[in-house]
Design a protein around this ligand. Structure first.
Ligand code: AMP
Ligand code: ZN
Length: 512
């Protein structure tokens, strides 16, 4: 069975067929960098990361593109409200670009902690305004635009399939039901492609354009940048479920209006993380960030584990009880992996080709779970299954588990390796010196001293391994911090990530 994904376009589970065999073009809407990302936002990025990992696991060559919105996004997705970046900059007495840089760094620091692999292309809206202008010119040439009240609008009545994915019915629309009434718009669903005049006369970033000096509407960046990096037609577009009705609907209208071709074949939408009290939102103030969780003593990967326990299309209720149980499960998982690693006595996990039948069967079931619209709860169950299966050797269990973790992203292999490397360098130097001293004592037949050193090391939880090549040492799991604190050793899965550790937010950024 091949990969099946739930396509919002058509609202059904569909067999995945890429445009070019073996390759996948994948665009995911990225953050608006006016504040810290909250844990609801991070759920979306863990979902997109799991999708990219799963596609690679299944053998596809993936190009994952993500935008960074640093201009044009208003607090209402349909051109209403305030400009998020400008408002944040004013509140914090910083420039928009300073704000963008600071929160972009903070975002990627969170991504790294969550073992989210950096997308192949990360593109900023402010660096692609020329591409947006070119796209808008094509729309203008194709008759989709009009100028009104100083802004250039997309006329949805010219695009007959407008709102198809979201199931919108234009003729049934009551003005103002979904969006604020804007006297400049011919139809309530019309949206701004280019602002020259609006309530944001003080917009900090402005560009010259054929329609006057101004700045782009929010939606146009995703159409322009995705097509720049993935071509006019590509395979998968993902984002949060809240974007179906407006943002993605407008992206489709712009892209297909410009090219005259179908744009994206599969639309995947991640459901929301909700709090007991309801919706979590940055704009409404009062939100939980990854730092809120780590300050409370959780590890970022406890949160990733918590998320993997739910299917991406199910709404997930956040609670500290739920996070506690994810933490406990992840702890036992890590302990199990380190215990199996111990049993290997320095040996290597079994390569996939030579796994025992029971471990192979688990991998087959794991792949089937992933192929079934990314069923991470079932995939996790298979991971646990192989680690606990009677009669499966440590080498086979780890061989299969590390392979599964390529999708789950829990950093199991690096945790096992880094349990050793996570030792403090001063301690490592001291242990090296004692081992060397023991070797010298043995050579001099001073067995009393040699045994005393061995006993001292043993008492400190250090295991010595003698081999023809010499003696090496390793720490027993509990000493190496085999409990999840080892996860503090940063997993080496992300590219260069900007660090914001210790940096203070620009101005008086409320952490709420
Ligand atoms: P923003 O930075 O506000 O543009 O949001 C970034 C992404 O997070 C968007 O794709 C939203 O769909 C998604 N998102 C916002 N709130 C939540 C939530 N509570 N749960 C899951 N995803 C969310
Ligand atoms: Zn987008």
């Amino acid at each position: 069975m091949g990969l099946r994904l739930y396509n919002t376009l058509g609202r059904s589970l569909q067999e995945f067929e890429p445009i070019q065999p073996g390759k996948v073009g994948f665009y995911g809407c990225g953050p608006t960098v006016y504040n810290y990302a909250h844990i609801g936002n991070m759920r979306m990025y863990v979902f997109e990361d799991t999708l990219a990992r799963a596609l690679r696991y299944l053998g596809y060559e993936v190009t994952h593109v993500m935008n960074i919105t640093d201009v044009g996004h208003l607090s209402g997705d349909a051109d209403s409200g305030e400009d998020k970046m400008v408002k944040s900059a004013q509140e914090r007495h910083k420039s928009v670009l300073e704000i963008a840089r600071y929160y972009t760094d903070a975002f990627f620091a969170d991504e790294a902690k969550l073992n989210i692999l950096r997308p192949d292309v990360v593109c900023n809206a402010t660096e692609h305004v020329d591409d947006m202008i070119s796209l808008i010119r094509r729309l203008e040439a194709n008759g989709y635009t009009y100028f009104s009240g100083g802004n250039l609008y997309f006329d949805v009545s010219k695009f007959p399939s407008y709102g198809e994915m979201a199931g919108l019915k234009l003729d049934e629309l009551k003005a103002g039901a979904r969006i604020e009434v804007d006297a400049n718009k011919r139809n309530p669903y019309d949206f701004v492609l280019w602002f020259t005049k609006s309530k944001f006369e003080d917009q900090a970033l402005q560009w010259d354009s054929p329609w006057g000096r101004g700045y782009p509407g929010w939606h146009v960046e995703c159409s322009a940048m995705s097509m720049k990096y993935l071509g006019e037609q590509f395979d998968i577009h993902a984002g949060g479920i809240d974007h179906v009705a407006i943002h993605h609907t407008n992206e489709i209208a712009q892209s297909e209006g410009a090219t005259g071709k179908k744009w994206v074949n599969y639309w995947l939408h991640g459901e929301f993380l909700v709090l007991d009290k309801g919706k979590m939102s940055k704009s409404a103030g009062g939100f939980l960030t990854l730092k809120t969780l780590t300050d409370a003593g959780y590890e970022a990967l406890d949160y990733r584990y918590f998320l993997l326990g739910a299917h991406y299309r199910s709404q997930l209720q956040f609670s500290y009880d739920g996070l506690d149980s994810a933490r406990a499960s992840r702890r036992s998982l890590v302990e199990r992996v380190l215990a199996l690693r111990e049993k290997l006595h320095g040996g290597e996990p079994t390569p996939l080709a030579t796994l025992c039948p029971a471990a192979k069967a688990r991998l087959v079931a794991f792949k089937a779970a992933i192929e079934d619209d990314l069923s991470t709860p079932r995939a996790l169950a298979e991971l646990w299954g192989v680690l606990k299966e009677q009669g499966v050797s440590a080498a086979d269990a780890l061989g299969a588990a590390f392979d599964m973790d390529r999708v789950l992203g829990l950093g199991l292999e690096s945790l096992a390796r880094e349990a050793q490397a996570a030792v403090d360098p001063a301690l490592a130097a001291e242990l090296d010196a004692l081992v060397a001293e023991r070797a010298v004592a043995k050579k001099a037949k001073d067995y009393k001293r040699a045994d005393a050193i061995r006993d001292e090391l043993k008492a400190r939880g250090v295991i010595l391994e003698d081999s023809p090549a010499g003696t090496s040492w390793k720490l027993a799991p509990s000493v190496a911090g085999a409990t999840p604190s080892v996860a503090g050793a940063t997993p080496s899965v992300t590219g260069a990530t900007p660090s914001v550790a210790g940096a203070t937010p620009p101005g008086s950024a409320p952490r709420a």
